[in-house]
Design a protein around this ligand. Structure first.
Ligand code: SF4
Length: 368
């Protein structure tokens, strides 16, 4: 029986609960009893919802083929919010997954104006080098660039035959001045998710796409389209899991374009120290008040660093939570500890990056 931990005050935030009810997302918690060693992000309900993940678990435990599909958008620097997906990929890889990793350079071009050569550089320097250093075995992943995959582009065109403009406009809000590349892009996204099930790849098999809940419209479209092409391809509807997005250190959304909100995997110790010292917390205005009244970890972005990344041990995390609430620890000391742990992690990570850079470059030369 896995250890249960609830690092949150409410089971699931109201806005997430509403989405789950509205769109039929199942709570992930009900699956935990079936899993001997769930990832800490699962135990802590960072991953809180799913669609049809049971069939992926069935395949995993029966040692049958299953696919994990994910992508990276080469348009900015990689931060610790992005790391949360890689942590999941490593967990799946240890359990026999066939991982498909798409470099979304067509999306970066059509939605963010990133030229293809720049997307390639970012994919290698900012993402694949980091993925290798984090421990993902890319030799065992199917890494591809959207712009270079004939299979994805061909499938996207075929699938588009049964999707109309009104449907995509309702989902993505396209306007009269939206460019056609952008309008067509959702079909490339759907083809990314479904193409591993083509006969020339894995054939029909359970597939899971781990996403933030904001990505659910893509998943719903992919599932609808898979159902429309049952006869032609025999697709098994793709499954999905949903994780809470990591909040930025300032309390707003974590974003590569706002460096103060995020810790990048290539940040220096000085940058880490400054960002964590300036981070928004759930502490009281003075140390005395904090000792008397305690802090609120649920409002605290530093506490989220511990939950997501810095403290994989559940008992230690619960101790920290209690110490915060009781006032036994104050924010200054708590931040110092976070700075120490983050600096230690990044130092080791950046040393590994030195040996993975060349490997990432080489790998990209031979991707399909
Ligand atoms: Fe956040 Fe730590 Fe302060 Fe609690 S003591 S509010 S967890 S920084």
């Amino acid at each position: 029986m896995p250890i249960r931990i609830d690092p949150w005050s409410a089971a699931i935030p109201k806005d997430y609960a509403k989405l789950m009810e509205e769109f039929g997302i199942e709570p992930f918690e009900s699956l935990l009893d079936r899993m001997p060693k769930p990832h800490h992000l699962m135990r802590r309900r960072v991953i809180f919802g799913h669609r049809d993940f049971g069939r992926v678990l069935d395949a995993m435990f029966a040692h049958k083929k299953f696919v994990v599909m994910t992508g990276l958008m080469p348009s900015g620097r990689m931060h610790i919010g992005h790391k949360l997906v890689i942590d999941q990929l490593i967990w799946y890889q240890e359990r026999g997954a066939n991982i498909y990793l798409c470099v979304a350079d067509l999306e970066a071009y059509s939605a963010r104006d990133v030229p293809f050569e720049e997307a390639r550089r970012l994919a290698v320097d900012e993402y694949l080098t980091n993925y290798l250093a984090l421990g993902l075995n890319l030799d065992k992943c199917n890494v591809y660039f959207q712009s270079r995959s004939d299979a994805v582009r061909h499938l996207a065109y075929m699938l588009a035959k049964k999707v109309n403009f009104s449907e995509t406009r309702a989902i993505y809000g396209f306007a009269g001045n939206s460019n056609i590349a952008h309008i067509f892009y959702p079909m490339v996204d759907v083809a990314d998710i479904l193409h591993p099930q083509l006969r020339e790849f894995e054939g029909p098999c359970p597939t899971v796409v781990p996403v933030g809940v904001d990505q659910d419209p893509h998943i719903r479209l992919a599932r609808d389209v898979a159902a429309r092409f049952q006869r032609e391809f025999g697709f098994i509807l793709p499954s999905s899991t949903y994780h809470r997005l990591m909040p930025g250190l300032t309390g707003e959304k974590m974003s590569s374009s706002k460096p103060e909100t995020a810790i990048f995997l290539t940040d220096s110790p000085e940058q880490v120290e400054r960002k964590i010292r300036d981070a928004f917390t759930g502490g009281q205005p003075t140390a005395d008040e904090q000792r008397n009244l305690g802090g609120d970890p649920d409002k605290c972005t530093v506490y989220k660093l511990y939950v997501y990344h810095l403290m994989p041990n559940d008992e230690k995390l619960l101790d920290l939570r209690e110490a915060c609430k009781s006032g036994a620890i104050i924010c200054g000391d708590c931040k110092l500890r976070a700075i120490e742990l983050m600096t230690k992690f990044l130092k080791a990570h950046q040393a590994k990056r030195k040996s993975t850079e060349a490997k990432a470059k080489k790998l990209v030369e031979k991707v399909y």
